[in-house]
Design a protein around this ligand. Structure first.
Ligand code: GAR
Length: 218
């Protein structure tokens, strides 16, 4: 089977992008990253791409006449390189139709909360301020809504009354770096099926707790 080609979209630090690079390097994920696209020319993700010899493009939304024109360009660059799965890794924009139509059920996002709780920006801060006792992270397919697409994997962490946005973010991020490469691995093995909102993971059994509830030290 030819290797799955990934396209990554990131706006900032890029630690989730790095977790995919690391999983490929460790050979726990059989895939290659064909392209990083960033909407922010100062994104630290660019340095990670350079260091790991991943091609990157900075495509700046304000240089386009419309949101559709921006996403048509992004989709075209990904298609040109034969990308089979697009990963949003801290990409801080709602994805537009031209990209969703070009990659149906082939765009994943990682979100730092247990969706449908706390969508949008600052999911960790929302959980702390709400007083939730459990939060976590979600990998989901992307649709036109804000963090509304079918859920692929979630992992939970405790939230303590003394947590701040920073301490909770740190606890959640450790799990983000585990479940995102895991979701991509399942996709690369052809084990993900989507029917409506429901994602089925083939050959998953109730004893497969490592995927659903990885344990981390708080
Ligand atoms: C991550 O915590 C990711 O879950 C979050 O931004 C951070 C990006 O970090 N994404 C969202 O909030 C999307 N709504 P990274 O750049 O180090 O991967």
């Amino acid at each position: 089977m030819p290797k799955l080609k990934l396209g990554v979209l990131a706006s900032g630090r890029g630690s989730n992008f790095q977790s995919i690079i690391d999983a490929i390097d460790r050979k726990t994920l059989k895939a290659e990253i064909a392209l990083l696209i960033t909407d922010n020319p100062d994104a630290a993700a660019i340095q990670r791409a350079t260091k790991h010899h991943v091609e990157y493009l900075a495509i700046i939304p304000k240089e386009f006449n419309s949101r559709d024109a921006f996403y048509t360009k992004v989709a075209g660059e990904l298609q040109k390189r034969g990308v089979g799965l697009v990963l949003l890794a801290g990409f801080m924009r709602i994805v537009g139709r031209p990209l969703i139509d070009a990659f149906p059920h082939r765009i994943m996002n990682i979100h730092p909360a247990l969706l449908p709780a706390f969508p949008g920006l600052h999911g960790q801060k929302q959980a702390v301020e709400y007083g939730a006792k459990i939060s976590g992270c979600t990998v989901h397919f992307v649709d036109e809504g804000m963090d509304t697409g079918p859920v692929i994997i979630q992992a939970a962490v405790p939230v303590y009354h003394f947590d701040t946005e920073e301490t909770l973010s740190e606890r959640i991020l450790k799990l983000e770096h585990r479940i995102y490469p895991e979701a991509v691995r399942l996709f690369s093995e052809g084990r993900i099926e989507v029917e409506g909102r429901i994602v089925r993971i083939k050959e998953q059994s109730p004893s497969d707790q490592s995927v659903v509830n990885p344990r981390v030290r708080a």
